[in-house]
Design a binder for this molecule. Structure first.
Ligand code: UN1
Length: 508
């Protein structure tokens, strides 16, 4: 543990704010606690409103310079950031594991996700394409172009302490925008470590301070200052629905833009022709991976009645094989939940589930003894439920999987779409008609719809996000870069006449 912290320079009291070098913050001391054993692994002096103010003005200044750097040159700097992350992949991954509790492979996978989005952004920096249109007026040229937008605010949560920042930041950088990052107070060290790596690259390239800013602090102090700040034209926020609702209202009030990635409540449909071996492996990873704390975690399995019982038994057998323990150790598949509060919410959800007529088929216990005495380890849980139970509307950020049978595909799709969230979805079927119906406009209503694979583990190349209460935002690949730029439609008259559009004549 000490080696990880030492190698990343995370010892002593750390500053919670800066824009290229660290500020002398005066806020409260925040302790970073490892969910692995409940020990304090770092102390951070939080940022206050003054620090936010300083970062925001730095970002505004940095924007003036950065927007004039040609986009491919901005991409070159992002390439260097990606490479710097490559060389620190193992340490950063281990830090994510230490601070958040996901297993080592997933911690490193998260750093890989940062590297992947950097690579995508480098290429994108030469492809910030606009369209040309044929003007209806003779001797006129019409086209659109994309300009940098301004400083972007990025609010992230504990479950992906670094990758989600990178999805936003790497695209924002090539788009010409500075980024102010408010990470989760549960995972401040991971944010500090990533900033150090990125700042080093910026320093080597003589980029002004403030291009990548960090503010760690209380929501009502720095979070509110960020979302209310009219100098920040776009706020990208990941977290709960109430948080997202608040952010969107505040930002909309000042006519700013948001990208929201809020809660998920993802289902897998297992159809009669499904390859059960595939389905079970996929469900296991998507439901138990990251200890059930991904937005894309599978929370519900809707299985056809013909194979329901077999699937249920085989899933229980698979769950029995899951090795739970210290996520830094090889061979462990599930580490702790983020904190004891998360364990309490899980226990509460299970009670509620039972009171609404469901039952636990496997797991759900809070584990004790040795390392488990930290109170953060649970056995992943499989429950049998009825499709109309109110509890199924809720996303509990824990490894609870709800199973239910169905008879017709229409009914399964209805169950799957009947929740207020719309992030990710999947079907296991070898029947082309079923797969296509699931992907059609009468099928899944989610932002992500997969066939013969699980709901989690999206690649950065696609646009990531979901519908309904998930917030409608999209991050990462496809044409998401457009969110970080402003579109300008330009018409140039190269003729000696002044024809008006729509054939209007206006002459004296
Ligand atoms: C999240 O949980 O907020 O699809 C993001 C996945 C990851 C990202 C999840 N690539 O599981």
């Amino acid at each position: 543990m000490e080696t990880i912290l030492d190698s990343l320079g995370l010892t002593g009291e750390l500053s919670g704010a800066g824009g290229g070098s660290w500020f002398d913050c005066r806020g409260e001391v925040l302790e970073s606690v490892s969910p692995i054993d409940g020990k304090v692994i770092g102390k951070i002096r939080c940022a206050g409103r003054d620090d936010y103010e300083r970062i925001a003005s730095q970002a505004v200044e940095a924007f003036r310079v950065w927007r004039m750097v040609p986009a491919p040159k901005r991409g070159e700097i992002v390439r260097q950031i990606g490479n710097a992350l490559r060389t620190r992949r193992a340490e950063l991954g281990a830090l994510v594991t230490l601070e958040m509790g996901k297993i080592k492979a997933e911690g490193e996978g998260e750093v890989q996700e940062m590297i992947d989005i950097s690579d995508l952004a480098v290429g994108q920096s030469r492809m910030l394409y606009g369209l040309t249109m044929h003007s209806e007026r003779p001797g006129h040229r019409m086209y659109e172009q994309w300009h940098p937008l301004g400083p972007i605010g990025v609010i992230t949560t504990f479950n992906f302490p670094v990758a989600v920042w990178a999805w936003n930041a790497m695209l924002a950088l090539v788009a010409g925008d500075p980024v102010i990052w408010k990470p989760s107070s549960k995972t401040p060290l991971s944010a500090i470590a990533v900033m150090k790596v990125a700042w080093q690259v910026l320093k080597e390239n003589d980029v002004p301070e403030g291009l990548l800013g960090l503010v760690i602090g209380k929501h009502d102090e720095v979070g509110e200052a960020l979302i209310r700040d009219r100098r920040i034209p776009l706020v990208s926020a990941t977290g709960s629905v109430p948080m997202g609702r608040h952010v969107s209202q505040v930002v909309a009030e000042r006519m700013g833009r948001t990208i929201l990635e809020l809660s998920g409540n993802n289902a897998v449909i297992v159809a009669p022709s499904a390859d059960l071996d595939l389905a079970i492996r996929a469900i296991l990873f998507a439901a138990v991976g990251t200890a059930g704390q991904r937005c894309t975690t599978t929370r519900r399995v809707i299985a056809h009645k013909a194979l329901y019982e077999t699937l249920r038994e085989r899933l229980i057998m698979a769950y029995e094989q899951v090795r739970i323990g210290n996520p830094l150790e090889d061979g462990i598949l599930m580490g702790p939940l983020i904190d004891r509060d998360a364990v309490t919410s899980m226990a509460r959800a299970l009670k509620e589930m039972e009171s609404q007529g469901g039952r636990v088929l496997y797991g759900g216990e809070i584990l004790t003894g040795g390392l488990f005495d930290s109170g953060t380890y649970v056995r992943p849980c499989i429950c049998e439920v009825k499709p109309d139970m109110p509890l199924l509307q809720k996303e509990t950020f824990a490894p609870i999987l709800y199973l239910m049978p169905y008879e017709t595909l229409e009914e399964a799709i209805l169950y799957q779409n009947s929740v207020s969230q719309g992030l990710s979805s999947a079907i296991f079927t070898n029947d082309l008609r079923e797969a296509e119906m699931f992907l059609s406009h009468m099928g899944s209503d989610c932002g992500i719809a997969n066939v013969n694979m699980g709901t989690s583990g999206a690649e950065i190349g696609g646009a990531f996000g979901g519908e309904k209460e998930t917030g409608g935002g999209r991050e990462a690949g496809s044409d998401v870069w457009k969110n970080y730029m402003r579109r300008q439609t330009c018409t140039v008259n190269w003729s000696t006449e002044l024809p008006l559009s729509q054939g209007i004549r206006f002459e004296v």
